[in-house]
Design a protein around this ligand. Structure first.
Ligand code: NFS
Ligand code: SF4
Length: 662
């Protein structure tokens, strides 16, 4: 490949490592998404990108032109109805993906509580907290017994038909009132997805405002239901993330190790692989083929999960998945579900690398399938590793951009943020709120979601720097967090290099980066909790819509990102994307970008230019500050000695490198 245009783009988006690799002969014949964009030689369909192509029944497909009478659907559907239905179906699909992931995690959790997996209940504190939310007795009970009851109650939430999801009551009281008043409290997770699909079927819900009510209920079932269940139960089982140092980018692959990359989303298998990679039998086999050991590295959100909890390095994000394999240095890429490009099999053609699918729900042509059984987790993991080890001797030409790996500090669960700023003995969000009130920190900006190939503009980095420079603390998840890591923003030193005076002072006092890696995409639920805790701490309003906070998933690719955006908006947080598939429908667009605010106190917005997008976020934050009456220019109080001493006890615990981090 390495066409000049492609390289320019990848230089901007994926960084120097990709460019370095693509300049090597061995990578030149690899065809990547950049090439496919060029090869297609046509731009995307305007009806599709504007949201006004309907193929929901066989009288169509119908391409609708807003305001042109002869161009409504055969059934009479208008542009607003069609765009709303399409948008709602994206949200349903995103929610379904998080839901199915969450369900697997809950099933794994139950199996763990029964002692049927190699894992154990690690975070008993969180187990008790969750038990309380679910009304489960903890007094004098064994942790596995509590966990089993919690797992079964959590599993029941998916199929629940009436009532309210248990974790909705974690939200600020005012938020819950709004949801009850407009009737969008999710009843059961699967029910909301099913109803969304039904209501967008031909000839059902034809009022865009009404369609969007169900879209809100469906998305809330994701954020406060499926995703939150997944995050919390995964934490209980594998440990709640704490700050740790690690490395990211293609350079984490090791020349003298069997490189196994784990790609996808559900960390059950990846956690088993982490355990099995240290098994004596596996190490002996690796040595026998001349390798020093097994080097596990993550890709996409599986990568985020084991990065956050174990400090296992991340080889690449979504946009780098083809590059990871193009190195020729990977013995096996193990995949489960979501965000896995079908092109991977073509990238490894002629190489020794195996793509191993492990989930019956996600098979790929030209891949090997080794079914992962949670009851046989350890043996499945060992079988996969043996396969990879066997490939090591077949490795031929390879190139690892060795100097391309970046140090990062990760593991900022909402509990960690609490602890970091509040101190071990009185962990609380008070210091964060105080620093926002006194203006040292202007507000909180969430940068989440995917990457794609449409904007070759280093988007995440530019937005983050603009925010940090203006004293906005950045919280990042998903592939966006990895992108910030590759550009050096997840290091504490980045505060000195990029942050405005106020934010820099806080970061330097605590020793934290100005952009905090909060986790995978399901871990956006951590952000909901963090925002709620900020509300509960006091001084910043009564619900999320009053907080000086704003979110973006600029380079969103997946339907999941839209579901996430929708649950944030419905929870009162303003969200700005670079584009949304709604532009072909005027009234619907006005509703999404304005009307929703009257209902939830927040709405969507779009802005293609990264700097302008960041400025819009800052403007939204300033608007909230003004409404709270904390916008007055305060004399910048420098930290005095007492304040410094107070914060010094909270310096990042140096937990060293997680297993395999270096
Ligand atoms: Ni999120 Fe994660 Fe990445 Fe996007 Fe895909 S890996 S779940 S969907 S591409 S951030
Ligand atoms: Fe066309 Fe209506 Fe059928 Fe959609 S539902 S394809 S707009 S006829």
């Amino acid at each position: 490949m390495a066409k000049s245009n492609g390289c320019d783009k990848c230089n901007d988006i994926t960084g120097a490592s990709t460019l370095d690799l693509l300049n090597q002969d061995l990578a030149k014949q690899v065809r990547t998404a950049y090439d496919r964009i060029e090869d297609r030689g046509m731009s995307a369909c305007l009806f599709g990108s504007g949201g006004t192509c309907c193929r929901n029944c066989n009288m169509g497909p119908c391409q609708i032109i807003d305001g042109v009478e002869s161009m409504v659907g055969i059934c009479g559907a208008t542009a607003d109805t069609v765009a709303a239905r399409n948008f709602a179906r994206i949200i349903a699909a995103g929610t379904a993906s998080h839901t199915d992931h969450a369900r697997e995690m809950v099933r794994g959790f139950i199996a763990t509580a029964k002692g049927e997996t190699p894992h154990e209940i690690k975070d008993v504190d969180k187990l008790h907290k969750m038990a309380k939310i679910f009304g489960i007795e903890t007094e004098g009970r064994d942790k596995n017994e509590i966990a089993l009851e919690l797992g079964e109650k959590a599993l029941a939430e998916f199929g629940q038909q009436e009532g309210e999801l248990a974790m909705v009551k974690r939200a600020p009281a005012k938020q819950q009132e709004i949801w009850r008043k407009v009737g969008v409290v999710p009843r059961g997770i699967d029910r909301e997805i099913t109803e969304m699909m039904h209501r967008t079927h031909m000839g059902v819900d034809q009022e865009y405002q009404n369609i969007m009510l169900q879209a809100a209920r469906c998305a809330l079932a994701d954020g406060w239901g499926a995703s939150m269940l997944s995050t919390e139960l995964t934490d209980i089982m594998f440990g709640t993330p704490t700050p740790k140092r690690a490395i990211v980018d293609l350079g984490v692959l090791k020349e003298d190790h069997v490189n196994v990359t784990v790609h996808g989303h559900e960390p059950l298998l990846a956690e088993s692989l982490c355990l099995a990679a240290e098994d004596e039998e596996i190490l002996a086999l690796a040595r026998k083929v001349g390798a020093k050991g097994v080097n596990l590295a993550g890709v996409c959100c599986t990568g985020n999960e084991i990065l956050m909890r174990r400090g296992i390095p991340v080889a690449g994000s979504f946009i780098q998945q083809e590059m990871v394999l193009a190195t020729g240095a990977v013995e096996a890429m193990v995949v489960d579900v979501q965000c896995v490009m079908q092109s991977l099999a073509q990238v490894v053609k002629g190489k020794h690398t195996d793509i191993i699918t492990t989930n019956y729900r996600a098979k790929m042509p030209d891949a090997i399938h080794i079914q992962f059984e949670e009851h046989e987790a350890y043996n499945s993991a060992k079988e996969i590793l043996k396969h990879a080890i066997n490939n090591f001797k077949k490795r031929r030409e390879f190139y690892i951009p060795k100097d391309k790996k970046l140090d990062v500090v990760v593991g900022f669960s909402h509990e960690t943020i609490n602890y970091m700023l509040g101190g071990r003995f009185r962990a609380s969000y008070r210091p964060l709120n105080d620093n926002i009130i006194n203006g040292r920190i202007r507000g909180v900006g969430a940068i989440v979601g995917c990457e794609h190939y449409k904007y070759a503009d280093d988007v995440h980095f530019k937005i983050a720097v603009e925010l940090i420079k203006n004293n906005v603390l950045v919280l990042a998840t998903g592939c966006a967090a990895q992108a910030l890591g590759r550009r050096g923003l997840l290091r504490p030193e980045a505060a000195t290099e990029y942050a405005g005076d106020g934010l820099r002072e806080v970061c330097e006092a605590v020793g934290m980066p100005p952009a905090l890696h909060v986790g995978s995409c399901v871990d956006n639920s951590r952000l909901l909790i963090a925002l709620t805790e900020m509300v509960n701490e006091g001084g910043l309003g009564e619900d999320i819509s009053e907080l000086p906070a704003c979110g973006t998933a600029p380079l969103y690719m997946s339907e999941k990102a839209v579901a996430i955006g929708q649950y944030f908006v419905s929870s009162g947080a303003h969200v700005i994307f670079q584009n949304l598939p709604i532009t072909g429908a005027k009234k619907f667009t006005e509703f999404i970008k304005g009307g929703m605010k009257e209902v939830y106190g927040a709405c969507w917005d779009t802005e293609e230019d990264p700097i302008k997008l960041a400025q819009k976020m800052i403007k939204a934050i300033d608007g909230k500050r003004e409404a709270l009456g904390i916008n007055k220019k305060q004399d910048r109080v420098l930290f005095d000695m007492a304040m410094r001493r107070d914060l010094e006890g909270r310096t990042l615990p140096d937990t060293g490198c997680g297993s395999g981090a270096h």
